[in-house]
Design a protein around this ligand. Structure first.
Ligand code: HEC
Length: 196
């Protein structure tokens, strides 16, 4: 007996034939099984090349830096300076999509023992990300959203707003790092009172 599920397909084929008297109906192409992306960098590379420098640029754009030669205003003033800040916000925001691409390796370089302060080995981080993928995506999304708010503040030239968002940015980095990168790091003791 002819399986029933073939019937709708057969009907579609007939309909397609009816439509294609003059111009042949385009062949439906199946979605290729393999990913359309070509992944090159590790998460570590993306941190190093995009996330970290872009965040540093944004943090530096909201304050004053003092050195031997005096106090320097690092806030943007010229059009070119604002454009540079905006570009860094975009790099940071879009890098969060790169982090979320499935199949990306965490790192190829393991930290030297002396460098370590509670950081897990790449294989352990990789496993943790794979088994807690939804949480990882959530942290990347949070970074994206803080970055987007930062972009809005930049477009309004709101330096006070950017400064405030700088703290949220730091919290968004740390939340993911504490969960996946150095889950066993000792928390620094935070105290608002001066020691007695
Ligand atoms: C969604 C998770 C996530 C977020 C959000 C995140 N990171 Fe990371 N980051 C990681 C992971 C995982 C590693 C560990 C990779 C490794 O072994 O070096 C890492 C490593 C790093 C490193 C070390 C790179 C190296 O060369 O070893 C730096 C620097 C860094 N992150 C900066 C940042 C900054 C700055 C932010 C926020 C603006 C941030 N990260 C936000 C997941 C994240």
């Amino acid at each position: 007996m002819r399986p029933l599920y073939l019937l709708p397909l057969a009907a579609l084929a007939l309909a397609a034939a009816a439509c294609s008297k003059e111009t042949p109906a385009p062949q439906a192409e199946a979605k290729p099984a393999e990913s359309p992306f070509q992944i090159t960098a590790t998460i570590q590379d993306i941190m190093d090349a995009e996330v970290d420098p872009a965040a540093d640029f944004l943090w530096a754009s909201t304050g004053f830096v003092s050195d031997k030669t005096g106090l320097h205003d690092k806030t943007p003033h010229t059009e070119a300076e604002w454009t540079a800040v905006r570009r860094n916000a975009l790099i940071l925001i879009e890098a969060t999509n790169l982090l979320r691409m499935e199949g990306r390796q965490v790192a190829t370089r393991e930290l030297d023992r002396e460098e370590k302060g509670g950081e897990d080995d790449p294989q352990k981080i990789q496993k943790a990300i794979e088994t807690n993928w939804t949480a990882f995506i959530g942290f990347a999304r949070r970074l994206h959203d803080v970055g987007s708010d930062m972009l809005k503040a930049i477009d309004k030239r709101d330096i006070a707003g950017m400064d405030k968002l700088g703290e949220d940015l730091d919290a968004a980095c740390e939340a993911c790092h504490r969960t996946f990168w150095y889950p066993n790091a000792v928390e620094p003791i935070q105290t608002l009172e001066p020691p007695k």
